[in-house]
Ligand binder design. Structure first.
Ligand code: PAF
Length: 288
């Protein structure tokens, strides 16, 4: 007897349908978990769904390629989209509902409110991608208000994004617990990312050197070496390895993302990096 195919994942496309399903679950006393995504799902996303499943009775995932977080010269149009594939993967990871709104549902005509988070949004990707975190903060605020989950899970792979979201949830008194999920990695250390699909065969082994460079910085900083020298050596190593541009490699204080150094670091450290390999912009971070 052949196994029956998995049931298709229930999918809603409007805020009112999402709210109706979540309200029905709440009437049954169920706890709701939420994993916002932009689709093009990989094992990293699925690990977040499974993590949400350990903290909630029903997990909702959203797939929405949010135009407001892409810059004018970024890959919004090229961003990979395959809802049927994503829905199958989500169902297999234990997701109970997919929220897949249109751009018009998320940003109806006349929408004119933007959420900006000062401080943690400003350095690093805030410098390299102007406007990006306002787009993220706005859409995440909307998604949390639309779904009203008990717990929402975001990947540590986007460490600065996680810091921005923690801050906006605290500052705007949004009643949700934010949980960070560990970064899923390939065997050679490359952080899984939807954008890895852009890497050529020749670039793929080089891409793993970003993680290696960040590790090197953390090791040196932990050994008491001056922070700036360690950062500069990592940038030079990445350029020598074939990266065409390094936006930053910096050791930062995990909670505030303030700079560590310039001398030896004492407290907790997160090393964050972003670099371009061919047409692919890679980001990664590590801490202890
Ligand atoms: O991390 C992402 O995939 C996106 O930035 C998010 C949080 C879903 C907002 O669009």
């Amino acid at each position: 007897m052949s196994a029956s195919p998995p049931a298709p994942l229930p999918t809603v496309r409007t805020v009112s349908d999402l709210r109706a399903q979540v309200a029905a679950w709440r009437r049954d006393g169920l706890r709701i978990g939420f994993v916002p995504t932009m689709g093009a799902l990989h094992e990293g996303h699925l690990s977040l769904v499974r993590l949400a499943g350990t903290r909630a009775d029903r997990v909702v995932a959203s797939v929405f390629v949010n135009p407001t977080q892409f810059g004018p010269n970024e890959d919004f149009d090229a961003y990979p989209r395959d809802e049927a594939r994503d829905a199958g993967l989500l169902a297999g990871a234990g997701c109970a509902l997919l929220f897949a709104p249109s751009v018009g549902e998320m940003y109806p005509p006349g929408a004119s409110t933007t959420v900006t988070v000062a401080g943690v949004s400003e350095p690093l990707d805030g410098q390299a991608r102007p406007g990006h975190f306002a787009g993220v903060a706005t859409v995440v605020t909307k998604l949390l208000n639309q779904c009203q989950p008990d717990v929402a899970v975001f990947g540590e792979k986007d460490f600065q994004q996680l810091a921005v979201i923690r801050r906006l949830v605290r500052d705007l008194d949004i009643p949700v617990e934010i949980v960070g999920g560990p970064t899923a990695r390939a065997d050679d250390g490359l952080a899984l990312s939807s954008r890895n699909a852009y890497l050529t065969e020749a670039e793929r082994p080089v891409a793993a050197k970003l993680n290696a460079a960040l590790r090197e910085v953390l090791t040196k900083v932990r050994a008491g070496e001056p922070v700036e020298a360690a950062e500069q050596a990592a940038v030079a190593a990445l350029l020598a390895a074939g990266f065409r541009q390094v936006d930053y490699v910096e050791a930062r204080v995990p909670d505030t993302l303030e700079r560590v150094g310039p001398g030896p670091a004492n407290g907790p450290v997160r090393v964050l990096g972003a670099a371009h390999l061919g047409r692919t912009r890679l980001i990664d971070n590590i801490g202890d």
